[in-house]
Ligand binder design. Sequence first.
Ligand SMILES: [Mg+2]
Length: 286
Amino acid sequence: MTSRLPALAALFLLAGCTAAPPPRPLAAMVPADDNLNATAWVQNAVEHDLIYLQTYRDAQQHLAAALDDAQWDALTAADRTWPARGLPPAVVLDVDETVLDNSPYQARLVRAHAAFDQASWNAWCLQARARAVPGVVAFTRDAAAHGVKVIFISNRDKALDEATLANLRQVGVPVAGPDVLLGLGTSVPGCTAHGSDKGCRRQWVSRHYRVLMQFGDQLGDFLDIAQNTPAGREAAIKPYLEWIGQRWFVLPNPSYGSWEPALFGNDWQLSPQERRERKIESLRVD
Ligand SMILES: [Mg+2]
């Protein structure tokens, strides 16, 4: 029997060479580590750092004019539920990828071939070891030095408040007190929050502050989006394009965000493979 094995093996090899390969789904033909390039860019491309630096420097240069102009306010009409006139000034910043750099968490996922999950995310946040993104410490310190309250609206769960405040203090951004962090689950009287929308928390800010500027890496950091589709997102931002770089400062996030589920109908029930198929289909090739 053993003498016939090489011949059989050659036969199988030949068959393997000549048979047509079974059709493979498009997503299987693209390497699966979608976040490898994004995370490598965030951590290693100096261009990433320069975008943050120029954004916060631009904002710093606009701050004096915003302070002097009593009409200047960076909340939408929907969020401005109380007249801004006479209120003390504030700036509103998202936390993740706007103040704190969580790319080490993404890097851990890439290396472990793992996907985001709440438990590993919470564990990372509780370590309170994130670094500040470039430019944010200088900007927020300058704002505070000019009497501007620095407010953080984050979709980190409120249970992470203590660790998040410790991390913010550790990197050197001004934290006036625990009430400057409005995490997910913050109760705002008279306002019913929908999911992780930040509108109610912006409305709370509107009752206490004139908002000079908002900063974020997600559209939802600036306004609530009625329809999270590519077209719905473009329609939502269109009335505010003049505010970009003046009142609203947008930062890059290639790793995650609501832009991504918009590409597969926000349907997280789809398998990872199906989601990848939809994303590949969304690519424009001319
Ligand atoms: Mg963010």
